[in-house]
Design a protein around this ligand. Structure first.
Ligand SMILES: CCCCCCCCCCCCCCCCCCCCC/C=C/C(=O)SCCNC(=O)CCNC(=O)[C@H](O)C(C)(C)COP(=O)(O)OP(=O)(O)OC[C@H]1O[C@@H](n2cnc3c(N)ncnc32)[C@H](O)[C@@H]1OP(=O)(O)O
Ligand SMILES: Cc1cc2nc3c(=O)[nH]c(=O)nc-3n(C[C@H](O)[C@H](O)[C@H](O)COP(=O)(O)OP(=O)(O)OC[C@H]3O[C@@H](n4cnc5c(N)ncnc54)[C@H](O)[C@@H]3O)c2cc1C
Length: 664
């Protein structure tokens, strides 16, 4: 059966040009070509093999990760890959590793918070990987509450040094990736104390290990925090613990772009917003949003192909059974996830633009858009990672029993992905940041300050607080204005209700704590509006290719109407729509599912994933699932022998005992 495309009929049904859709998905022809070339490079290199990851011990897995990283770095140099190509290489190697923290957080932290001189010194070493760094912020006792960190950096004017110290067990750094076994350096976040005064959290570059023999430097205790959830999965990463016992570093290793300590120990505060010390998190949250569509599309690709291969019920007189993808229940679970993958792709593109824009403004000392950038990156990181983690698990269920096999690719994908709901900010904590931003914006309505950017809709409060949806028939839900108005009215009404309820409390902070759950829901409504509006904005762009726009249009309205259905309580209780209009939205949703159905396999082919990257028997491009499931089963170490180890010690005696009992 090798070589047959079991999904050929599905591919022939497609009503659009897959090659054109690949370009839209990648972002540009150039991005597609780079991605395609690097994906093939990785797939054809035996060092990047990953099909046996679940069977490796933690030590073997970790060592194989070191080997992959070293090999990748060698290939980057040999092939003279540029930053974009190296990034794609890392992506397709698909194994969490210390390099993520080195390139993704250590280097950006120095770029964002180091002076020019510091950048020159440290980046020249880091860029050549002559030093390897991590981002050591979280402690055993505090992660979300950054202001609560306990590690101290006390300036000693006698020696012109900072003394870095871990005063309690809960002050131990705990979780930083790459710290456990690899990093030679860290950007350590600690409370700056000078002249007996605590100036709060600042970043410091601290050397942890010898550059000669990799042993920890004196007075530093460092190690790995232990095995994490799932086989393989995130266990390739050495998340670590770290304790300092009065470790001395030169004063110029405090990252001093924002605030400074002089030779005399005087603290010179930043003349720019102090929140810029959180800048690395804003950067990484933005990359996490862009990555959500990768993880979700990967799971959806597996579940869609398998749903087209898998048949259950419906056969009469020995005829062929129904493909499970034809069941409306399967479509109602799968197609919104397919739509979400595309939605997150486009909102990720937009967020990248927003981040670039705010970075340019900051460079020109314009800080006006920083709060919005923080709210958008925090809120969208939370929204997209929650939906993606849930979506991967739903894809596993959509694949029935076989989805639970490691070789389906879904269990490992879930285990690798799910911590994204926690790292770079717990998702609830991040939505509460959005809620604070919304409450401020609502409080300013009517003050003459016009809301802009993603809150511009609040400027139309007079209309949005009283409007009624004009939808009269199902097709009216394909009108972008109708959809946007419903989402805007819902978001605004939820935010305004929260603000009104808050105002009933004498103590605002106490009120905020009491209303946390409602505030999170209002923040989610606002973030969903952003995603819907950016998808609609994408459709307004000049998108070419046979049938491509029509498919994107269908996916956009599936995303929006599915959310409307899922959060019907919000839309009805705020009187944004009537029950009749909700029912029309459902009718339209079903019709959209029917239109997407013949295109489903082609829509996931447009992701252009190699079988190596998917690493899934169920998601194989050729759909040849059953023989390959057997092949995988035979490879399992339990099948090395017909009679298992332990038979003579533990099984035979039991069986003999049963025999005796049976004779009695
Ligand atoms: C194999 C290949 C080899 C070769 C490869 C070559 C190249 C490869 C390239 C590879 C690149 C890979 C890239 C991958 C990167 C991704 C890596 C992902 C791995 C991630 C690992 C995880 C890391 C971490 O988790 S790091 C730790 C993160 N921690 C948190 O997020 C903590 C969350 N808590 C907080 O953020 C805060 O404490 C908060 C916001 C909850 C509360 O802050 P606060 O100051 O205590 O209080 P508050 O009063 O609420 O805020 C005050 C004020 O400040 C504003 N604010 C808050 N945060 C920000 C911000 N970030 N920016 C701007 N403003 C902010 C807030 O709004 C308030 O404002 P006002 O109301 O106006 O006062
Ligand atoms: C895989 C992984 C990799 C990581 N890598 C790094 C790294 O490289 N560097 C680094 O410094 N850190 C890293 N971290 C740590 C990570 O950033 C923190 O775990 C994260 O910020 C959450 O903080 P916490 O663990 O303190 O959770 P907690 O804040 O203790 O959260 C526990 C619960 O309390 C709730 N909660 C907390 N505060 C509030 C509040 N104010 N209101 C309502 N509810 C609240 C949360 O919603 C959650 O349900 C990593 C974590 C993981 C899992």
């Amino acid at each position: 059966m090798e070589g047959i495309d079991h999904l050929a009929d599905e591919r022939n049904k497609a009503e659009f040009d897959v090659e054109d859709m690949k370009i839209v998905w990648a972002g540009s022809r150039h991005a597609f070509e780079v991605s395609d070339r690097i994906a093939r490079l990785v797939a054809s290199d035996p060092v990047f093999e990953k099909s046996n990851r679940a069977r490796l011990s933690r030590k073997e897995l970790f060592k194989s990760t070191l080997r992959k990283c070293a090999h990748a770095f060698k290939r980057i140099i040999e092939l003279r890959l540029n930053e974009e190509e190296a990034g794609r290489l890392r992506h397709f190697i698909d194994q969490p590793a210390y390099v993520d923290l080195h390139w993704g957080m250590f280097v950006p932290a120095i770029k964002g918070q180091g002076t020019e001189e510091q950048q020159k010194k440290w980046l020249s070493l880091a860029n050549k990987m002559q030093i390897i760094g991590c981002y050591a912020q979280t402690e055993l006792g505090h992660g979300s509450n950054v202001q609560g960190l306990e590690t101290t950096a006390t300036f000693d004017p006698k020696t012109d040094e900072f003394v870095i110290h871990t005063p309690t067990q809960t002050a131990s750094k705990w979780w930083p990736g790459g710290l456990g076994k690899v990093s030679t350096h860290a950007v350590v976040y600690a409370r700056l104390i000078t002249n007996g005064k605590d100036y709060g959290i600042h970043g410091f570059i601290v050397q942890l290990r010898s550059l000669e023999d990799h042993s920890p430097l004196p007075n530093i205790t460092v190690g790995d925090i232990g095995t994490k959830m799932g086989n393989g999965a995130y266990n390739s990463m050495d998340n670590g613990f770290l304790m300092f016992d009065h470790v001395r570093i030169p004063r110029d290793q405090m990252l001093m772009r924002l605030s400074k300590v002089t030779r005399e120990g005087e603290y010179v505060p930043s003349d720019v917003p102090k929140q810029l010390v959180y800048g690395t998190m804003v950067y990484v949250r933005q990359t996490i949003v862009a990555d959500a569509s990768n993880a979700l599309s990967r799971a959806v690709c597996i579940a869609t192909r398998y749903s087209a291969v898998r048949r259950q019920f419906g056969a009469h007189n020995g005829g062929i059974e129904t493909q499970v993808i034809d069941y409306k229940t399967q479509q109602n679970r799968l197609f919104p996830l397919l739509a979400s993958a595309y939605a997150f792709r486009f909102v990720g593109e937009w967020l990248k633009w927003l981040y670039t824009d705010v970075t340019e403004r900051l460079a020109a000392s314009d800080f006006a858009t920083l709060p919005e950038a923080h709210a958008c990156t925090a809120g969208l990181k939370s929204l997209t990672t929650t939906a993606t983690a849930d979506g991967i698990e739903e894809c596993r269920k959509l694949c029935g029993g076989h989805g639970y096999l490691w070789c389906s690719g879904l269990p490992e994908l879930f285990a690798v992905y799910v911590p994204a709901c926690t790292y770079e900010g717990d998702n609830v904590v991040l939505q509460l940041q959005v809620a604070r931003f919304l409450m401020k914006t609502v409080a300013q309505l009517g003050s003459g300050k016009v809301p802009v950017g993603t809150t511009a809709y609040m400027g139309r409060a007079a209309h949005l607080l009283q409007c009624r949806s004009g939808v009269q028939k199902a097709e009216d839900w394909l009108n972008p204005d109708a959809v946007l108005e419903a989402f805007e009215a819902r978001a605004l009404r939820m935010a305004v209700t929260c603000a009104k309820n808050l105002s009933k409390f004498e103590n605002q902070e106490q009120g905020f704590q009491e209303l946390l759950a409602d505030l999170v829901e209002a923040a989610i409504a606002h973030c969903q509006l952003i995603v819907v509006s950016k998808f609609i904005a994408k459709l307004e762009q000049d998108i070419g290719g046979k049938g491509v726009k029509k498919q994107l249009n269908n996916l956009c309205y599936i995303y929006a109407l599915y959310l409307l259905h899922k959060h019907l309580g919000d839309f009805l209780s705020t009187n944004c729509i009537t029950p009749k209009q909700a029912s029309l939205a459902n009718d339209q949703l079903r019709s959209l599912y029917t239109q997407v159905r013949p295109n489903a396999v082609a829509l996931v082919d447009a992701f252009n994933y190699t079988d190596h990257y998917l690493n899934s028997v169920l998601g194989r491009y050729d759909g040849n699932v059953y023989p390959k499931l057997f092949e995988e089963a035979w490879k399992d170490p339990l099948n090395d022998s017909v009679v298992p180890d332990g038979y003579h010690e533990y099984l035979r005696p039991v069986l003999k005992q049963q025999l005796r009992t049976a004779r009695l």
